[in-house]
Design a protein. Structure first.
Length: 241
């Protein structure tokens, strides 16, 4: 979803923030402190891939935060978000919801497709085991953090294309927008300089092209072979009860 939102936007004004696990120093800070430097200025868009709600979800379920820390988070986050809204930030919170069956199918696709295996993390695999724990944590999170200033919006995500269109349409509806007049751009003429002696590029600076017909056929054959193996085992769930 994040990729679909950002792919047509200027990366200078729209950026994605995906923070790694906190360092030893960050663990001693105020919980929200590591997120504050990444907040947007005027005219900017920031998409948090796993925001501060990690504490109410994965950190709680996986035991990375104790109940006292979780309770403190629930007490702090409504006022923290109200402060952001009062400062002029438009804060929109989305939760993409899929069924148990859909999650299992997507995980199997990633397992059998080498080009998608990087998307799987140990935390993702544990989410299968702890599905009920995550569900209970999610329900309490909604109940305690769904405030009028920054409500939650749940997107039904089983159908990826519909979910993307619905989310982008909803997002645009919540951002005030005025038509921006674009200056006309004209391509200037090239300045030609006569070169009396041009040195050829050294052979060592070139590399063989992979777009030659034989190379393309080889790459296509390897890709078909990989995808065929993935398809053959895609819905074989015997190994994944």
């Amino acid at each position: 979803m994040i990729k679909r939102i950002t792919q047509r936007l200027n990366p200078r004004v729209c950026r994605v923030v995906a923070l790694p696990k906190p360092t030893d120093r960050e663990r001693t800070q105020w919980y929200f402190q590591r997120y504050v430097p990444h907040l947007p200025a005027a005219g900017e868009i920031v998409l948090f891939d796993r925001s501060w709600y990690n504490r109410a979800g994965v950190e709680r379920v996986m035991g990375f935060a104790n109940e006292g820390q979780v309770e403190q988070f629930f007490e702090d986050v409504p006022e923290f978000e109200r402060m952001l809204v009062r400062s002029g930030i438009i804060l929109i919170k989305y939760w993409f919801s899929i069924t148990d069956e859909e999650q299992q199918m997507r995980f199997l696709m990633r397992i059998h497709d080498p080009m998608k295996q990087w998307k799987l993390s140990p935390m993702d695999l544990q989410s299968r085991v702890r599905w009920e724990d995550y569900t209970r944590a999610k329900e309490e999170m909604f109940a305690r953090t769904n405030i009028p200033e920054a409500p939650w919006y749940i997107v039904e995500g089983n159908d990826k294309k519909r979910a993307r269109l619905d989310c982008i349409h909803h997002l645009l509806d919540h951002i005030p927008y005025q038509t921006v007049t674009q200056d006309k751009i004209e391509l200037p003429d090239r300045c030609l300089i006569r070169i009396t002696s041009a040195r050829p590029c050294p052979v060592s600076c070139t590399y063989p092209s992979v777009t030659e017909p034989d190379a393309v056929m080889q790459l296509a054959g390897r890709h078909r072979s990989v995808m065929q193996r993935a398809d053959d085992g895609l819905f074989s769930t015997e190994e994944f009860p």
